[in-house]
Write a protein that binds this ligand. Sequence first.
Ligand SMILES: CC(C)(COP(=O)(O)OP(=O)(O)OC[C@H]1O[C@@H](n2cnc3c(N)ncnc32)[C@H](O)[C@@H]1OP(=O)(O)O)[C@@H](O)C(=O)NCCC(=O)NCCS
Length: 137
Amino acid sequence: MLPSILIIENQAYPIPWSVQSFKDSLTKDYFCQVMLLEEQIIGYFIIQIILDEFQILNICISPDYQGKGLGKLQLLEIVKLAETKRMNRILLEVRTSNKVAKNLYQNSGFHQIGKRKNYYPTKSGREDAFVLELALG
Ligand SMILES: CC(C)(COP(=O)(O)OP(=O)(O)OC[C@H]1O[C@@H](n2cnc3c(N)ncnc32)[C@H](O)[C@@H]1OP(=O)(O)O)[C@@H](O)C(=O)NCCC(=O)NCCS
């Protein structure tokens, strides 16, 4: 399963997660789910559960399947899961340059609650992150 995820990760992100980052997230405080189409992985998400909060660490759709509503479907799945587990809120960071992801989150009710300066590496330096929240309950 990990090799298929890594292929998508490398196609979808300019600065992808390493194999080790994925392995680190396979511990008990994390929740990972894949999206399948005819037994082929086309998307995945990884959440860290911290007390009554979900932190979305990675949410990704294979570039071949982007723009078809599947990212929104995965995000709805996360929200449903958080509600089932009686979480208080969902948090995430997103690159300030990632307009598609920012639109997805804002159209799904997330609000900006902060900004982290130079949070992400880029190919030529660093870039800020918006911190977004969806309050639940
Ligand atoms: C971000 C990502 C998960 C969105 O998934 P997707 O399947 O492409 O998006 P969807 O088709 O479900 O569209 C959801 C919303 O995203 C926004 N969106 C999608 N494509 C867009 C585009 N080309 N331009 C601007 N906004 C766009 C829209 O707000 C859209 O909602 P709407 O159709 O109601 O307007 C996906 O593009 C992806 O995997 N990107 C690479 C990895 C990544 O950046 N992950 C997020 C890290 S924080």
